[in-house]
Ligand binder design. Structure first.
Ligand SMILES: [Zn+2]
Length: 68
């Protein structure tokens, strides 16, 4: 298993680097009109097990790791 990323004192995952090769872009056009506002958003896996969205600079958004 991969090592789990550190967690900040307030409970958020300290990792901001997406797992390489896991980035996916949402295709809102394929999902229907309700999803158009999500269109173009990118998501990637974090080693902690979450799948947060990415910032414009390709960093993982702040997220909490899954409960054990
Ligand atoms: Zn994480």
């Amino acid at each position: 298993m991969n090592a789990k990323p550190a967690v900040t004192p307030d409970g958020y995952c300290a990792n901001t680097q997406p797992v390489p090769g896991t980035t996916k872009q949402v295709n809102g056009h394929a999902l229907g009109p309700k999803f158009l506002k999500m269109h173009g958003r990118r998501y990637a896996d974090c080693p902690c097990g979450r799948r947060p969205s990415l910032t414009d600079r390709g960093r993982l958004r702040r997220h909490k790791p899954p409960e054990k």
